[in-house]
Design a protein around this ligand. Structure first.
Ligand code: NDP
Length: 604
């Protein structure tokens, strides 16, 4: 590891000025409205290329105990934890054709998880599996999702290739009516919503995409029929193709080196360069991770969560660039408020950040031979402004003769798509294939987006009930007026780079709520007072990081440059503290959420 040089005050002032300039040339007046959904006439970009023929089945009008919406890791873990508690009638409803969620959809060449596999993959000890790589390829992760689903018998009652269209609370039966786009209207005593946070692909809202006559798709719907090959590469059908890729986020970083190998020519349309740190992926053995000891996976996950949450963990078991840079990423959360002298803290933070960013910019220079290209690839913002990425293949790809980097910062991204290519400034790049690595709508899937209408008690819509005072929950999971509906995700809940860990804790919590309600013959519904108390916890401690995001280049972390509201949107302390709080609440206070049933359950 290199020892970063701490910059002097003069250098820091120059950096500040450069960061301001780089931000200003990218901020757009239309903010998040610059994007368009992959639906209606652009629905093709979201269609499922992996399941050609959805199963033929008739609509369901029966009753289950639990409907789980979404069969990614959130839903899978909820199902597994429910089965561990003896809840049997669990039905999954999922848009994709199998279990896997994000790993079902994202099968682009080079797809990996950049969080260490031994902490990212859940239920390793329960399933007896030890990952083979420090950073697992997507296919290994998807197979693990399937492994958990098989281990816990979750395939027994699944509605794949099915989207939920509404949830309606029926007072008489005290059940939810779950309606879908395949004509189902079944009842569920409980609903667990696990529809994910980065799910729906988005596209630039620029003119002409619909006119492009070449081939086009989004990275989360990779068209191997067109490219040939597999996620390991070998896209032989691109050998005579001019390929353009838009986007250099965590996805672009992984896919670009693979396209560079196989395309006749690759044009990379970059707007903001990512930070690309050392990857150092390698094969691992069970011995490397101490997998012979009971509790090894849990211990490793807890250790990792502590470190990336800015807590003291003693030893660093994973020891990678995420854990090494945790101080720069998490300073905005718990540790920031612990500082007595804010100015002193900000100065120390800025110096450490500049040292790290200088190291990353030096990495570009060391890896890319053409100085002009290297200059364009350098990231000019603070480390935590954008999601960090990691690759040892990305920069060398730009040393190939068949790769051209097109910087689109001054035009705020690609401007037009024409019949035959992409226009940036005065130049049109002729392309046979145009691939969008432009990411996903953030937090807009599921019940808090409005795309899935939820009608609770007295027909009140969830979003209407939140319209005046903002989202209201207890611990992020449940809301008054919406009994037996449990929400998984980041809203008013904890978050972490190792999101499967968060999801597993949420799954344990969801299963505990349902088990307690079943045992008591009660409904799960927090009182308005319990919601008030939770919102007060979030609001009182909400970190003031508006100053930080206001200085960042635009992206989904700061609502495309508009800053992050300081509102009560996430648990303000560390994920570790949140998990402790939940465990204590389950042990001492779970009864507070149980309400008497009034209806007679004739259907059961
Ligand atoms: P991102 O939203 O992170 O990146 C989208 C990219 O598209 C950005 O580079 C953006 O530029 C660019 N872009 C958007 N519009 C235009 C335009 N009009 N012209 C030119 N460029 C444009 O999406 P990703 O799919 O890369 O990643 C989404 C998230 O998924 C990640 O942040 C991460 O959380 C997760 N992920 C995790 C992985 C893992 O290994 N764990 C791997 C891959 C993804 P700009 O930055 O200027 O907006």
């Amino acid at each position: 590891m290199t020892t970063p040089q701490v910059p002097d005050p003069h250098q820091l002032a120059a950096l500040r000025e450069r960061y301001r300039h780089e931000r200003e040339r990218r901020v757009r007046p239309d903010g998040a409205a610059q994007y368009r959904d992959a639906d209606a006439e652009f629905g093709y970009y979201a269609a499922d290329p992996y399941t050609e023929e959805p199963d033929r089945r008739g609509p369901r009008h029966d009753t289950v105990d639990v409907a789980v919406i979404g069969a990614g890791f959130g839903g899978i873990l909820a199902g597994a934890r429910l089965r561990q508690q003896g809840v049997e009638r669990v039905r999954f409803v999922e848009k994709g054709g199998d279990f896997g969620g994000t790993w079902y959809w994202n099968r682009y060449p080079g797809v990996h998880c950049d969080v260490e596999s031994h902490v990212y993959l859940p239920m390793l000890e329960e399933t007896g599996y030890v990952p083979e790589w420090k950073y697992a390829p997507g296919d290994e992760i998807r197979r693990h999702a399937v492994r958990i689903a098989r281990t816990y018998g979750l395939y027994a009652d699944t509605l794949f290739s099915t989207g939920v269209t509404s949830l309606t609370w029926e007072e008489n039966s005290e059940t939810w009516i779950v309606a879908t786009d395949r004509g189902d209207a079944f009842r569920a005593t409980y609903v667990v919503n696990a529809t994910g946070t980065l799910t729906d692909p988005k596209l630039p809202g620029i003119p002409g995409i619909e006119k492009f006559t070449g081939h086009t798709f989004h990275t989360s719907r990779w068209d191997y029929a067109y490219t040939g090959g597999t996620p390991q590469g070998g896209m032989t059908r691109l050998a005579d193709k001019r390929v353009g890729i838009v986007g250099t986020g965590a996805t672009g970083i992984q896919v670009i080196p693979m396209l560079a190998q196989d395309a006749a020519h690759l044009y990379v349309f970059q707007r903001t360069p990512s930070t690309v740190d050392v990857r150092a992926n390698r094969r691992t053995t069970a011995r490397d991770v101490g997998a012979d000891r009971e509790g090894w996976a849990r211990g490793r996950r807890e250790n990792y969560l502590r470190i990336v949450s800015g807590e003291d963990a003693g030893q660093d078991l994973v020891a990678d660039r995420w854990t090494e840079s945790a101080g720069l990423l998490e300073k905005l959360l718990p540790s920031f408020r612990r500082q007595s002298d804010r100015a002193e803290f900000e100065a120390a933070y800025e110096a450490a950040d500049a040292a790290k960013m200088n190291e990353l910019r030096a990495r570009v220079e060391q890896s890319v031979t053409d100085p002009e290209t290297a200059e364009k690839l350098k990231p000019w913002y603070r480390y935590a402004c954008k999601r960090p990425t990691f690759s040892d293949l990305y920069y060398p790809a730009f040393n190939r003769d068949n790769v051209t980097l097109v910087d689109t910062a001054d035009t705020h991204g690609i401007e037009h798509v024409t019949e035959h290519g992409v226009t940036v400034g005065p130049t049109t790049y002729q392309l046979d294939c145009l691939i969008f690595a432009t990411g996903f709508n953030v937090g807009t899937s599921g019940i808090s987006s409005g795309k899935l209408p939820v009608h609770g008690r007295n027909g009140v819509q969830l979003l209407h009930s939140w319209a005046r005072r903002g989202p209201r929950t207890l611990h992020g999971f449940t809301s008054n007026g919406f009994p037996n509906l449990i929400q998984m995700g980041a809203l008013q809940n904890a978050s972490s780079v190792n999101f499967t860990h968060i999801l597993d804790e949420q799954a344990v919590h969801a299963a505990a709520l349902i088990t307690a309600a079943e045992a008591a013959g009660a409904l799960i519904e927090p009182s308005p007072e319990a919601e008030d108390a939770w919102i007060a916890v979030l609001a009182e401690n909400a970190p003031d990081h508006a100053w930080f995001h206001a200085e960042c280049t635009p992206g989904y972390y700061n609502r495309e440059g508009r800053g992050r509201p300081n509102g009560a949107f996430a648990y303000p302390h560390s994920a570790v503290a949140f998990h402790e709080l939940l465990a204590r609440w389950r042990a001492e206070s779970i009864e507070e959420i149980l309400q008497d049933r009034t209806a007679h359950h004739s259907h059961r």
